[in-house]
Every structure is written in structure tokens, then in C-alpha cells.
Design a protein around this ligand. Structure first.
Ligand code: RB5
Length: 145
């Protein structure tokens, strides 16, 4: 599995923490920045990750900003993306099982690194259940047409 990860200035610290986790887990990733702590616009960073997942270059994406909200809104505007803003482990599991999300957004100003690490581990390790959820996800994707 290959992951693309990014943040804005509001998510830099947590992004570095999650990169440490991906390295520990042996998960392949590309860090799409930013490379400084300067103030940047979250949509400029969410879009390359979302496009990379939509095109198949990456299997999944992880987005971090102050709240996770701006990043998740931006990602969900890209065709093929199902991004969930997640701040608890239950939702991390459910959004993989039920929504087959391919992008995860989190807010550094909302949760601490310990919980964020558990969320990422759960989200990466949980499979889509398919069945009735496949029908529902297909209906979601039809909304793009
Ligand atoms: C940046 O100050 C902040 O607005 C951003 O990180 C994010 O929370 C937006 O949704």
C-alpha cells in the first residue's frame, strides 16, 4: 500500500508524528509537504494528494490541517475521492468498513498524537465490508455524474 500524506501549517507537527508511525509500520509513503512552517492554503496541499489517489498513483491519502475540515472539503471535491474527517477510533474503523474511504483527514488542533496514531493504524488496517455497503457507496459515487 502506498500513501500520500500532506498538511498545512496547522497540521505540520501531527504530520511529522504520523510520518514516524508510517515508517515504524513499514508503510510506503510520499510526503507532499509543506517543507516549512509558513502559512499556506490547505486546498493547495489537499488537491495533489486527492488527485494522486484518484489517479491510482497512491492507494490512500492522509490530510492534516488545524481542524481537518478544510482539507476534507477540498479532497471531497475531487472525483473518485471519499474522504472522512475522523477524530475517534470507532469512526476510523466504520468509515473503512462502510464507506470504503480512500482519504483520511484529521485536525491537529482537535486531537493529540496518541489518538491520531491509533486512528491511522485502525484506518489503514480495516477492510471494506462490501455487500450492502457496496450498493450505498456506488450510489454515492453516482452523485459525481
Ligand atoms: C488554518 O489556520 C486553518 O484554518 C486550517 O488549518 C484548517 O483548520 C482549515 O479548515
Amino acid at each position: 500500500m502506498k500513501i500520500a500524506i500532506t498538511s498545512d501549517h496547522g497540521g505540520n507537527n501531527l504530520r511529522h508524528e504520523i510520518i514516524k508511525l508510517l515508517t515504524e509500520l513499514g508503510v510506503e509513503y510520499d510526503d507532499l509537504g509543506p517543507s516549512t512552517d509558513e502559512s499556506v492554503d490547505y486546498s493547495d496541499y489537499a488537491t495533489p494528494v486527492a488527485n494522486g489517489v484518484a489517479s491510482g498513483k497512491y492507494d490512500r491519502g492522509i490530510l492534516i490541517c488545524g481542524t481537518g475540515i478544510g482539507m476534507s472539503i477540498a479532497a471531497n471535491k475531487v472525483k473518485g475521492i471519499r474522504c472522512a474527517l475522523v477524530h475517534d477510533v470507532f469512526s476510523a474503523k466504520a468509515t473503512r468498513e462502510h464507506n470504503n474511504t480512500n482519504v483520511l483527514a484529521m485536525g491537529e488542533r482537535v486531537i493529540g498524537p496518541g489518538l491520531a496514531r491509533e486512528i491511522v493504524k485502525t484506518w489503514l488496517n480495516t477492510s471494506f465490508e462490501g455487500g450492502r455497503h457496496e450498493r450505498r457507496v456506488n450510489k454515492l459515487m453516482e452523485l459525481e455524474n
